[in-house]
Each structure stands twice: as C-alpha cells, then as structure tokens.
Design a protein around this ligand. Structure first.
Ligand SMILES: [Fe+2]
Ligand SMILES: [Fe+2]
Length: 233
C-alpha cells in the first residue's frame, strides 16, 4: 500500500491492480486521492453464506458489469477535462464490457441462463445522498461511482477467498475482477478530486460513505453483490 493511503481493502487487491487486460487504466495507487475507508465493513461470514449461490451471483454480476459500462459511457459525456480523462473513462467502459462478456461466458459454460433481474435498490438509494448543485453534484456522482466500485471490490475479495477450494474458477474470476474494480474506484475518486478542494472531497466521501452504510443496513440479505448482510449492513 502506498504511503498516505488508507484503504478498507486488503493489501493484495491494490498490489495486483496493475494487472489485467486494460492495465493502462490508472492503478489506484497512482490515481486515487487519499480517502478514509468506507465506514461499513462487510463481514467474511457474508461471503461464506454466498458460496451456495454462485449461479445467482454470476447472473447478478453480468447485469452489474453491463450497468457499470453504461455508467462509464454516460460520464464520458459529462466529465470535463482533456483527452487523458476521456481516454481513461473510455478504457474503463471497455473493461467493464469485457467483464460483462467474461461473465456471460462463465454463465454459458455452466448452463446458467442470463435472465432479466430487477435491480437491487442499492444504487438508486445511494443517489439520494447526492448534492443538488454543480459542481458538487457531478463530484458526488463520481464519488458514488467510486463507493460502488470500492464495495464491489471488497465483496469480490471476500467471495474470492470464500470460494477458494470450493469453486476455484469463480474464486479466481472474482479475484481478478476485484483488482480491476479497485482501479476503477481510483479513477472515479481522482476525477472527483479535480472538481472539489481536498477538504471538501474528504467530507463528501465521508458523508456518502455514511449514507451507503445506512442504505446497506436497510437492504435485506440476498445472493446479490450489493445486498444487505443481515448484520446491520
Ligand atoms: Fe467490472
Ligand atoms: Fe468497475
């Protein structure tokens, strides 16, 4: 972990973040401004309870990756800045689509249908914490995207560990995705840092993190990456 960085994720996640198909997306250690960990921490027991639900989790994952790609493309049209920011967002969007296609391949290989699925209220409820006026509104939206990537990464790391020895293929898949999502968190946080002074950035991150903890506490447990855990988060 680089000096000055406080992170809720285990060290190996960021250590591995330079790998992957689109390694040119900035690694979190290069791009992420120093932000405190998210206040809620998912217990490993959550992942242990998920090991019997791999098909449902993979269907959820495919939908999440498709939505993540769409969100990145939408930011391409809204985030100010030069070619570097545009290139990084474009690569992020492509990487999410690669994740989507890889998840579809896993589903197909396992004979699991990619069925429609109602979204969990997680992302929609996170948006309720977003400010109303610019530029804080856009910065908040980028920070919410960073929160979602951070939570995804945290839970993928837990799933990767819980599935090791149970389903090695999916365990490795989650571990690899996790490294990419950690980089995405870094990019979104860095883009938000271009819009707000450092103290305000940290304050908004903390406010949105507290809001995220309350959102998770209000969601029931389910075999979804962004569900409640039944322990108050
Ligand atoms: Fe992804
Ligand atoms: Fe991502």
């Amino acid at each position: 972990m680089p000096p000055g960085r406080t992170d809720s994720h285990p060290g190996p996640v960021c250590a591995a973040s330079g790998r992957g198909r689109f390694a040119a997306v900035p690694a979190c250690s290069e791009a992420r401004p120093p932000l405190p960990p998210l206040p809620y921490r998912t217990p490993p027991a959550w992942a242990a309870a998920m090991v019997d639900h791999v098909p449902a989790l993979l269907v959820d994952q495919a939908h999440l990756e498709k939505k993540a790609a769409a969100a990145a493309v939408a930011f391409l049209f809204r985030v100010p800045g030069g070619a570097a920011a545009q290139r990084a967002l474009s690569r992020l969007a492509r990487e999410e689509l690669v994740h989507f296609e890889r998840t579809l391949r896993l589903l197909s290989a396992r004979g699991v249908a990619f069925v429609p699925q109602p979204p969990t209220p997680y992302a929609e409820r996170l948006k309720a914490g977003i400010g109303r006026t610019m530029p804080q509104r856009l910065a908040d939206e980028l920070l919410v995207a960073a929160v979602i990537e951070a939570r995804s990464c945290e839970r993928m790391a837990l799933l990767g560990a819980a599935l090791r020895g149970v389903d090695a293929e999916v365990a490795a898949f989650y571990a690899e995705l996790c490294a990419a999502e950690a980089r995405h968190e870094g990019l979104y946080a860095a883009l938000a840092a271009d819009l707000l002074p450092p103290e305000q950035l940290v304050a908004r991150w903390q406010a949105l993190g507290a809001h995220e903890a309350a959102v998770l506490a209000g969601l029931p447990p389910a075999p979804r990456l962004h569900a409640g855990t039944g322990d108050g988060g």
